[in-house]
Ligand binder design. Structure first.
Ligand code: XUL
Ligand code: CO
Length: 438
């Protein structure tokens, strides 16, 4: 039985000159760049929710995706069949990982006990398919936002019972992620945030969120789960003020509440742009704190300005991502998860292949470009030179904490003025980057 007859074998690497739209032109899993194979650099992952649950619905109309395997039910039997579809797709595509929310893979029952039983039946099949194909779980997560009980949030709900429900749900999600050998576990804020301060005790909600994370850390230890915990920042949507606004807000939150040793960040491109940042900014901020753990690769449509979750194809973007990722020596145990969906107009199953192939190739090309830039050391040398005044003399004394305001005043009084600045050379540097962009 094949669910994707239009792709008869595994997508192959055919090299940059290939004109075959169902082949990789840059992603060559065994090719070594900076001492590591492309497979290990990226640890590419398919997002179960977009790729196997997304039907292309939008606020103006229902989904119109053609998915011949769907029988229109939300039954456990359909969920199990969908697992087979998913693994056939991922095997043909050659992605070594996938990610899911609990509710993507199995339907809710009429109470938590039934819901968990549904999940257990599907997890058994996920495990079977993982063993059959060697495809692994990059991360699991819990959907704490779709059900109406989460209308006011989950861990930050004003209703303590909802907090308890969310805790029970994450407990189970951690257990199944552990059982499936998941290498990370993600907390995306969902509805953790607020719309109006007239009805919101922000301090109390943030305290509860921190309590929730501490409980998760405790439970992780209790069950011996060794995966990395990740928080995924997002500034808005669905609430006006999402608590995990951006990298800086999340790092500050984690440090404030004594959680920073237990979490890293999962940075998503379209969330970065919604926060008014570039992806490179968000990655750099997390990385400089030693807290860049994984990425959700996608892009927004800057003309629309909401979370459009498109597949990444922009080489500047992927080059910038790879400059930061190479700069910190890689992402493992994290990876590059395509939190991206095909456009509503791209409704055929084969479009799922085109989308992922394009994203993987754009990252592979970005990796090769970034590696060439790094090999020639252009940016490194410019930055080093730009900060040279800190390497000796008064700069080194300031950094070493050897001088205070009085000494600095004497220093400037003796010199009369600060040494002249040098140009930032932004345009020259942008031109240099273009030289590598091929
Ligand atoms: C929402 C989003 C989520 C998380 C996982 O914008 O990115 O899908 O990645 O909950
Ligand atoms: Co995401």
């Amino acid at each position: 039985m094949t669910y994707f007859p239009e792709v008869s074998t595994k997508i192959a690497y055919e090299g940059p000159d290939s004109k075959n739209p169902l082949a990789f032109r840059h992603y060559n899993p065994d090719e070594v760049v900076e001492g590591k194979t492309m497979r290990d650099h990226f640890r590419f992952s398919v997002a179960y929710w977009h790729t196997f649950r997304g039907m292309g619905g939008d606020p103006f109309g229902p989904g119109c995706a053609v998915r011949p395997w769907e029988d229109g039910t939300d039954s456990v039997e359909m969920a199990i069949k969908r697992v087979r579809v998913a693994f056939e797709f991922m095997e043909k595509l050659g992605t070594p990982y996938y990610c899911f929310h609990d509710r993507d893979v199995a339907p809710e029952g009429s109470n938590l006990r039934e819901t968990n039983a549904n999940l257990d039946r599907v997890v058994k099949v996920l495990k079977e398919e993982q063993a059959r194909t060697g495809i692994k779980l990059l991360w699991g997560t819990a959907n704490l936002f779709s059900n109406k009980r989460f209308v006011h949030g989950a861990a930050t709900s004003p209703n303590a019972d909802v907090f308890a429900y969310a805790a029970a749900q994450v407990k189970k999600a951690l257990e199944i992620t552990h059982e499936l050998g998941g290498e990370n576990y993600v907390f995306w804020g969902g509805r953790e945030g607020y719309v109006n301060l007239y009805n919101t005790d922000m301090k109390r909600e943030l305290d509860h969120l921190a309590r929730f994370f501490h409980l998760a850390v405790d439970y992780k230890k209790q069950i011996g789960f060794k995966g990395q915990f990740l928080i995924e920042p997002k500034p808005k949507e669905p609430t006006t003020h999402q608590y995990d606004f951006d990298s800086a807000a999340v790092v500050a939150f984690l440090k404030t509440y004594g959680l920073s040793d237990h979490f890293k960040l999962n940075i998503e491109t379209n969330h970065a742009t919604l926060a008014g940042h570039t992806m490179m900014h968000e990655l750099t901020y997390a990385s400089m704190h030693g807290m860049l753990g994984s990425i959700d690769a996608n892009r927004g449509d800057l003309l629309l300005g909401w979370d459009t979750d498109q597949f990444p194809t922009d080489l500047y973007l992927t080059t910038q991502c790879m400059l930061v990722i190479l700069g910190q020596g890689g992402l493992a145990p994290g990876g590059v998860n395509f939190d991206a969906k095909v456009r509503r107009e791209s409704f055929e199953p084969v479009d799922l292949f085109h989308a992922h192939i394009g994203g993987m190739d754009a990252f592979a090309q970005g990796l090769k470009i970034a590696a060439r830039i790094r090999a020639e050391g252009v940016l490194r040398d410019v930055v080093k030179q730009r900060y040279a005044s800190w390497d000796s003399g008064i700069g080194a004394d300031i950094e070493a904490g050897k001088v205070g305001f009085a000494e600095l005043e004497s220093y400037i009084l003796a010199r009369g003025d600060a040494a002249p600045n040098t140009s930032g050379r932004q345009e020259m540097l942008e031109n240099i980057i273009n030289r590598y962009l091929r």
